[in-house]
Design a protein around this ligand. Structure first.
Ligand code: MLT
Length: 410
């Protein structure tokens, strides 16, 4: 008899964005003449920058020539890309990262999900609440969550750290001891940030508690405030306690191309049951080589072009375009009388719903009355109830139209 991994039975409903897609598909089928504007999932709409496209074309041609053809590449990624990452993403910020601490992959979602493989099942996991659902779901799948309590909307073994307007979206240290701490900054979904001093406290906390910080920096390209770190490694001591996830998706429009990377410093250790230190970089390398055969050469050449002078310029234009959209959303919603957060160092605008309105009810109302899709806050966790997320990743025209429609809603 083939037995299943019963942890999967602990998962709630379907994946958040799959539920939204299903609801939108149903609505569109029933209302074929409505022009639905999607500001739900954080998916980019600007075409791939020209410098990146040129590099892809060139690499594609190489693959068709006998003398240039390449088969399997290194699982960890080509050095030409890892060197560019080291020099541009870290050296420029005063951070020394070796290329063998960088692992190229096909997405930060996969990396965030796969990383749980290298940690023991009885580690205590802490997530901020609301949170990007992948951190939680993958720990449910791997058996760290315990049972779900439908009354609280929480899993019994997960430590939830609320980040709401009540604490200015600054996570407080958990009362009980935790081992794995997920932090995402600039934050998805709230669009808020931590400054260096605030992040330093978490690094110190992790050091004191021999915990690890799983730091998702997928939205770092949207930072404009000086005091907001782009990488956790800008904080002294972070290399001993943190893994960082980065993505080309939101930075350079790679949601359809797929390329990301993870940084695991060699100073970073985990422990065996007996308390012996083990380098996490080694464990991850072993896992990566076994389960992954590398990102395609063409895609890695495309990612390399992100760091060329032209590439940097074109990418900046796209980021500014999305940031401008976020500004339009923020300003428009404020004019309509809503309280909003985020949207400055982030493509996400986090909207506080008027008292008593539930996130999913607002989702339905917005879809029905304004034909606009957003993401219900509660989909990111119980502390997201009463909030709603809109993204700046749409086109400018659609963003403006969506805001006008929301303003005119009764
Ligand atoms: C989001 O909308 O939260 C993200 O785009 C989802 C993702 O990156 O997987």
């Amino acid at each position: 008899m083939i037995k299943i991994n019963e942890n999967f039975l602990e998962l709630q409903d379907s994946y958040l964005f799959a539920t939204i897609s299903r609801k939108v598909a149903e609505f569109t089928k029933e209302n074929p003449n409505c022009k639905v504007i999607k500001l739900g999932i954080g998916d980019v709409t600007r075409p791939i920058p020209e410098a990146v496209l040129d590099a892809m074309h060139k690499a594609t041609d190489e693959m068709g020539r006998k003398e240039d053809f390449r088969g399997y590449g290194p699982e960890q990624g080509y050095d030409f890309l890892r060197e560019k990452i080291r020099d541009n993403d870290f050296k420029t910020r005063g951070v020394d990262i070796d290329i063998d601490e960088i692992f190229i992959s096909d997405g930060a979602k996969c990396d965030c999900g796969n990383i749980v493989d290298i940690f023991a099942q009885d580690n205590k996991v802490a997530i901020t609440d609301p949170v990007y659902p992948v951190y939680l779901d993958t720990n449910v799948m791997s058996g760290r969550s315990g049972k779900y309590d439908s009354k609280t909307g929480k899993y019994e073994n997960i430590v939830y750290i609320p980040v709401t307007s009540e604490n200015d979206f600054v996570p407080e240290f958990p009362k009980e001891k935790v081992d794995m701490i997920y932090l995402c900054y600039p934050n998805n979904p709230t669009g808020t940030t931590l400054n260096k001093e605030q992040l330093k406290k978490w690094v110190d906390y992790a050091k004191e508690n021999k915990a690890i910080i799983l730091f998702d920096a997928a939205y770092e390209a949207f930072i404009s405030d000086e005091d907001v770190p782009h990488s956790i490694y800008e904080i002294e001591g972070a290399k001993e306690v943190a893994i960082e996830f980065r993505s080309f998706s939101k930075t350079a429009g790679f949601t359809g191309l797929r390329c990301a990377f993870i940084v695991i410093p060699k100073e970073l250790n985990g422990y065996t049951e007996k308390g012996e230190k083990v380098q996490l970089n080694k464990l991850w390398n072993r896992r990566h080589c076994t389960k992954f055969n590398g990102v395609s050469y063409v895609t890695q050449r495309a990612a390399e072009a992100v760091y060329s002078e032209e590439g940097k310029k074109q990418i900046k234009e796209n980021i500014n375009y999305y940031k401008e959209n976020a500004k339009i959303i923020k300003k428009g919603l404020e004019e309509a009388g809503y309280t909003v957060y985020g949207g400055t160092n982030s493509p996400y605008v986090w909207l506080k719903l008027p008292d008593g309105i539930k996130s999913w009810d607002f989702f339905d109302k917005l879809l029905k009355e304004a034909n606009v899709v957003g993401t219900p806050g509660v989909g990111f966790g119980p502390s997201g109830e009463g909030y709603f997320r809109l993204t700046g990743f749409g086109t400018k025209e659609n963003t403006e139209e969506a805001i006008e429609r929301i303003k005119n809603m009764k």
